[in-house]
Design a protein around this ligand. Structure first.
Ligand code: HEC
Ligand code: HEC
Length: 313
């Protein structure tokens, strides 16, 4: 019995020391492997392209403001404060307006570029991969930062993230900046450019590929099957590959695809940012369509994309 108590005490001591170590060291600092050299521009065409990315193809605003403002269509100021509840932490998105106290006004171009390309925040901390723009081109990254600089500062203090012990352990040992090679590709309507958009700008891949418990990709790329519980409904992303029986859009022409994007949401609670994508340029939508058409067909069957949740009686 005495021996058991001794062992138990040693174990408790070790665990406490480990947790203390995590508590003191989970806020690690990282350096970007490469200085991006990105500089904001005041050229109106560059700013306009940045605005297009933020409000359409890259849909930044859908995460960088509270849902309440989006529902009221008051999307002008990306004041942050969108809440993501996860089992490990509550995250609050930052204020992206150039306010110097509560927003990004005090950050350098390099700090902003590093956040988007290397997922390292202004403070040097590694960010959880909510954003999927790491390989975005210098051209698009410059445009976005130029646009952010041109907006009106709005003071809105956003609370800091709130991680539990598991979250802190993950931050200490698991969450690291990704290794990235930016894809500097020129805009056109080719399969290659569509691939660039689907992976690095519009995040079609992130939602239309199935994932495992920790967010890792497990399904065929773009073959759907990833699920969301939203309110009273369950959404499942459809299979976008050109399979003749399981491909959701197999029978859609390029024109059908473009028209579908212009129409916006069918299901009000859909997690897909349809409102943002409804203003995407026809050329960008075409490129994405051509890319999806060139994918290897996957037989992954997604029966329906929307279902009312069965409630337990
Ligand atoms: C899916 C939701 C989502 C989208 C879309 C999104 N963000 Fe974020 N963003 C976040 C979250 C969450 C954080 C905080 C992550 C963390 O600290 O771990 C963040 C952090 C940032 C930061 C870091 C600020 C700092 O403290 O250094 C910048 C800059 C940023 N986002 C810009 C953008 C831009 C530009 C876009 C569009 C190209 C965008 N975000 C789209 C969720 C999103
Ligand atoms: C945040 C997650 C998310 C992102 C990003 C996303 N989708 Fe979806 N998508 C969904 C979900 C969930 C559905 C099913 C619900 C619905 O139809 O709105 C869906 C449905 C669709 C449909 C079927 C629509 C219909 O009327 O049957 C198409 C086509 C589609 N997505 C294409 C794309 C393309 C192309 C992109 C990138 C430009 C993309 N999605 C980005 C989650 C997403």
């Amino acid at each position: 019995m005495k021996k058991f108590i001794k062992v138990a005490l040693v174990l408790v001591g070790c665990v406490s020391l480990f947790l203390l170590y995590v508590q003191l060291s989970y806020r690690q600092k990282f350096e970007a492997p490469v200085v991006t050299g990105i500089k904001a521009s005041t050229d109106s065409a560059v700013i306009a392209h940045g605005r297009y990315l933020v409000y359409s193809a890259a849909h930044c605003y859908t995460c960088h403001m509270p849902d309440s403002l989006i529902l009221q269509k008051q999307t002008e100021h990306m004041i942050g404060g969108h809440v993501f509840e996860t089992p490990f932490a509550t995250f609050y998105t930052p204020n992206l307006t150039p306010d110097t106290v509560t927003g990004i006004g005090g950050y350098t171009d390099e700090q902003l570029a590093r956040a988007i390309r290397y997922s390292i925040n202004h403070d040097g901390g590694a960010m959880v991969p909510f954003m999927t723009y790491n390989a975005m081109s210098d051209h698009d990254l410059t445009a976005i930062i130029s646009y952010l600089r041109s907006t009106t500062p709005v003071s809105n203090e956003v609370p800091p993230h709130n991680a539990n012990m598991v979250g802190k352990i993950l931050m200490r040992f698991v969450i690291k900046p990704p290794v990235v090679v930016p894809e500097n590709i020129a805009a056109d309507t080719t399969v290659e450019y569509g691939r660039y958009l689907a992976y690095n700008v519009a995040n079609c891949r992130g939602c239309h590929t199935n994932r495992g418990a920790t967010g890792e990709f497990v399904g065929d790329p773009f073959a759907g099957g990833y699920r969301w519980d939203v309110g009273t409904a369950t959404f499942t992303s459809p299979n976008l590959t050109p399979h003749d029986t399981t491909g959701w859009i197999y029978a859609w022409s390029e024109k059908d695809f473009i028209n579908r994007f212009k129409r916006g949401k069918t299901f009000p609670e859909s997690p897909m940012p349809w409102e943002a994508f409804s203003t995407m340029s026809e050329n960008d939508i075409k490129a994405i369509y051509r890319f999806l058409r060139a994918l290897p067909p996957s037989s992954n069957k997604v029966e329906r994309t929307y279902a009312v949740k069965e409630t337990e009686l």
